[in-house]
Structure formats: C-alpha cells, structure tokens
Design a protein around this ligand. Structure first.
Ligand code: ADP
Length: 544
C-alpha cells in the first residue's frame, strides 16, 4: 500500500511531555495534607515523574506490576499517575474511604507490589500491612524527616521524597504497545466484592481527548480546573490526563473538601471549572449562601456520579450564575459516558424547557455507543418516555473485570450498565434508577430519583433518599427518608402534600422517615442498601 499515517502508540507519558514542553510554566497548585498550599508547574512535575519512574525501577518493581496509592488529590499523586503508568507499571488507586478489611482485600487481589500513602492514611496502613504480604514497599508521601516513627518495621518503608532525591530528573519514556495496561481502579463494591477495572494507555488517551471536547468539559489552556472528585475515584474522571492534554492549570484540594476550603481555593486560584459528586456541592452551596459569597471566575461545574437534583442545578444557575453540566459515567467506562450540553435548537426554547433538557444526564460522547433494551434484550424506542436497561460499548469501556474468574459481564459485546434510563429522539439520556433501586409497585416502575428530586426541591429538605419497602399488596411501595434543613420542623403530611400534582397519585411515597443523616458510601453516594436494611421492613410504620 502506498502511503499511510505513522504508527505512534497513544501513551500516557506523551500527555505529560506535551504539557511540560508547551505549558511548562503552567501551574499545579495543591492544598497539602500538611495544610499549606504548594505550587509547582507541568515542567517541574515532569522532572519529578521521571525521578519517580527511576525510583520504582531502583526498587525492582517490574513492568506491569501494580503500584497502589492511598492519596488525596495533590501534586505527588499527579506525579505517580505519570511516573508509574508512563514507565510501564500499573497505577492502582485505592479508595481510602473503604473499610480497611476491604482495602486489604483489594490490595491482595490486585497483588500490589508497593503502596504509596499520604500521612493521613497511616492508620489504614497500620491496619492492613500485616495482611498484605505481597507489598514489598510502603512509601510515605512525605519528606524523610516526616516519616512517622511508629511505622518503623514496615517492609520497605521509605520516604517518597528521599526516593526521588536519589534519582535524575530526566527520562526518555519507554515506548510500548498502546494496549498495555496503565491503571487499575476497583468499583466501590456496593454489591458483592469490589471488581477491578483495568485501563490501557490507549483507552486513557482517547478518553482524555474526548473529555476535553467543547461539548464535554470544554477544557483549554485558559482554564483553571479543580477536580473535587478524588483521584482515587475513576482517575478523577480523567481530569489529570485531560488537563495535561490541553495545558489547563490544575488545582488540587487535598483532604479539605468542605465548602469553606473549596471556596477559598477556588477564589484564590481563579478556578473556572470544577467537578464532583452532588454531595460535595451541597457543602459549597451552603457556604456561599450562608456567607453571601460568589465565585465570579467559576464558569461551570460538572456534576455526576449520582443524579444532580434539579433544585441543585437551579441553585447554581439562578443564584450564582454558574453553569451546570450534568454528567453520567461509571468506573467501567473510564468514566465518561454522557454529558448534558444543549444543542443549538434548545437555545431557542424558553428557560423552563431548556432546564427540562439540562436536568437529564445528557447525550453520548463520540466513542460511546448506547442502547436501551427491555428484559429480553429487545431495543426500546428512543422517545424520552420508555424506560429500559442501558447497554454501552466503546474503546474506553471495560471488556471484563481484572482477574475475573466468573462469567464475562458482557452481553453480545455490550456492557450492561445496571442503569434504567429513557433516551429521547436527540439521544439525551435520563436515568430513572439503578436497576437495584427501582421501586416496583403493582407491576409498574417508580423512579426513586424522580421522587428524591421532588423532595429536594422542598425548601426544608437538606437530603432525601427514596427506597422500596416490601408491600403485601403492591410488592413494593416508596418510602422517603429525609434529612431536614437545620431549624426546620417539616412534618410528614406537609412533605407528602408537596407531591400533589407533581407525580401520579399512586407514585407518591407511602411514608416519610426523618433522620439526622443519610449514610454515604466511599464515593459520596447515598447508601440505599444500608437504608433498605434499616427501614424497609414490610408493614413497618415510620414517623417523624
Ligand atoms: P459504583 O458503581 O461503584 O457506585 P461508579 O462511580 O462507577 O461506582 O458508579 C456508576 C453509577 O453511578 C452509574 O451506573 C449510575 O448508576 C450512577 N451515576 C453516575 N452518574 C450519575 C448521574 N449523573 N445521575 C444518576 N446516576 C449516576
């Protein structure tokens, strides 16, 4: 054949090389575990990622071996993203919010050879080290003089800074097949044992291109991006890669995810884009309201990981002039699947109609194919009304789980998401539920998310979860669990009356339980299975 494009593998190291070469003085700002604000640049980060790669080699950690991290969002974690994957090893981000027993299980399942940890996680390290004999190197992300004395005796205990200091800051990254594994992240395991999702260099770079697109994150060298979503939760939705690909400034919040700390960092660093799950945004909104503050630089926030209640989207848009992009994805999808950017024709609609589109989880990004099917796998119409199971496929979607001995999760090559959705004629997808959360009442399905969204629009409601309660006549009926806003004395009947005219009468929850707080899982989502165990007794009457 005459003439064809060059063969260049898509490798993660190229992202950092690009950022260091063309945006070498662009800043990476981190709030550290130590409490101070640390400033570095893409240029310096490349040098330290190179030192990190050399240090791993010096420790004898081989190609494709796993290097675990227990770390907040910060510059050292960023260096590990590139130093580990760029050198052909596999970065395994561990979720420190899981129970130590579960973390130990994951470390052993992944067969991690080293674990790098922020000092906040010393108690976890102490709790799991004895059970994780495969880990030959426990690396504390600190200076040598900050190494906690009580960790002495841990196999291969080292200070990250000491390891780096011993190495040169230049490197020619190895070149290998783009299908090589780069990183590993376990799902939070709300159902059964956690499952490992193994990303490749190719899938990560393609996902980074997609994330940067105008109708996705719209990232550029003029942005200052703050991922509130942790780097241990699906690679902070790919932001550490997409930011390097575009030369955007990165702002890392470290462990301080409360409204006040986020506000101060966003204000000081001119953050234009932030991304996180709904529960974090609640803290920020409350802080802004209580202190009559605004964030003039912040143009847009991406809310995903769980449904963003329309009331929250409105608050950002109408009270603070911050545009909300509702996004949907999964650990198994790297994670981006859909994002809700309006089309030209929506701009002619009135505000309410536009809002009706904006509350949906959005339309697929190029690279993600979707189908909505019934229980037999038959395709359902894209009419915005018919709900069914969502299937996906694409180059950054898992083909199987890491070291899975069970059957493949795929159905005819498609990955079943476990989400129940509608899709409209324009391809906008709306999640009505996760399969396991849907409420089946008298043969009909009731969307728990829809009922929660209505409760969240009530001014006296701080948080709401809707679960199925077994019912002798209808199989299941909706039960609403509510955290009142501080100082409110909202009662059951007035909250249930709030549903009148908003949904069909038979969908209105049977009862309300008021609770001081709703349990959240390791990724900040409401733990509905816990609520079901606690409250979903058939015939149980609840009151507030
Ligand atoms: P886990 O499955 O372990 O909770 P993921 O972060 O991979 O972790 O969760 C993916 C799931 O989160 C999706 O399948 C979906 O049910 C839910 N989800 C993600 N984004 C949204 C959203 N914008 N609206 C509603 N649900 C969402």
């Amino acid at each position: 054949m005459l003439g064809l494009m060059q063969e260049h593998p898509l490798l993660i190291s190229h992202l950092l090389d690009f950022a260091a070469r063309y945006h070498g003085d662009t800043e990476i700002v981190s709030r550290r575990v130590e409490g101070d604000i640390h400033r570095t640049t893409y240029g310096a980060a490349r040098q330290r990622a190179a030192q990190c790669a050399h240090a791993l080699a010096a420790l004898g950690i081989g190609q494709q071996e796993r290097v675990g991290t227990l770390a907040w969002n910060g510059y050292r974690h960023f260096e590990l993203y590139y130093g580990v994957s760029g050198s052909g090893r596999i970065l395994h981000t561990l979720n420190p919010r899981l129970h130590p027993q579960q973390i130990a299980w994951i470390v052993n399942h992944a067969d991690d050879r080293a674990v790098c940890f922020d000092l906040s996680f010393v108690p976890i390290v102490k709790a799991i080290a004895a059970q994780c004999s495969g880990v030959k190197h426990w690396i504390a992300l600190c200076a040598p003089d900050a190494l906690p004395a009580d960790l002495a005796g841990l196999p291969g205990l080292a200070s990250y800074e000491a390891l780096l200091n011993a190495q040169p800051g230049d490197i020619t990254w190895p070149v290998f097949d783009e299908h090589t594994a780069s990183s590993l992240c376990y799902t939070s395991g709300t159902t059964g044992n956690p499952k490992g999702v193994l990303y490749s260099h190719r899938s990560t770079v393609l996902h980074a291109y997609a994330a940067a697109l105008p109708d996705v994150m719209n990232l550029s060298a003029r942005d200052s991006v703050l991922p509130v979503v942790p780097m241990f939760h699906v690679n902070a939705w790919g932001i550490p890669y997409a930011a390097a690909l575009t030369g955007a400034k990165l702002v890392f919040p470290g462990p301080a995810l409360d409204g006040k700390s986020l506000y101060e960092l966003m204000q000081a660093e001119g953050v234009t884009l932030a991304a996180g799950v709904p529960t974090v945004w609640m803290g920020l909104l409350n802080h802004l309201r209580d202190n009559h503050l605004r964030l003039p630089a912040l143009q847009r926030t991406i809310i995903g990981g769980a449904a963003a209640a329309p009331a929250m989207i409105r608050a950002f848009e109408d009270e603070f002039g911050i545009h909300v992009l509702h996004a949907w994805g999964m650990t198994e999808m790297s994670p981006l699947g859909t994002l809700c950017s309006l089309k030209n024709k929506h701009l002619a609609l009135d505000k309410d109609a536009q809002f009706g589109v904006q509350v949906k989880q959005g339309r697929p990004i190029f690279g993600v194919d979707v189908r909505v099917v019934d229980g037999n796998g038959t395709d359902l119409p894209w009419d915005g009304k018919t709900a069914g199971n969502l299937l996906v496929r694409g180059p950054w979607i898992a083909s199987d789980y890491f070291r899975n001995d069970g059957p493949s999760p795929l159905q005819d090559g498609w990955f079943p998401t476990g989400d129940v959705v509608t899709i409209d004629a324009d391809g906008f997808m709306q999640i009505t539920d996760r399969t396991k959360d849907v409420i089946k009442s008298g043969g009909e399905w009731i969307s728990s998310i829809e009922l929660e969204n209505i409760a969240m629009a009530h001014p006296d409601v701080a948080m709401a979860a809707c679960i199925a309660r077994p019912d002798p006549k209808w199989d299941e009926r909706p039960l609403l669990i509510v955290v009142r806003r501080e100082g409110s004395s909202l009662d059951r009947d007035s909250l249930l009356r709030f549903y009148d005219g908003k949904v069909a009468k038979w969908m209105i929850p049977d009862d309300v339980v008021f609770v001081p707080s709703i349990p959240l899982g390791a990724t900040g989502k409401m733990l509905k299975n816990r609520l079901r165990e606690q409250f979903a007794q058939a015939g149980q009457t609840a009151s507030g």
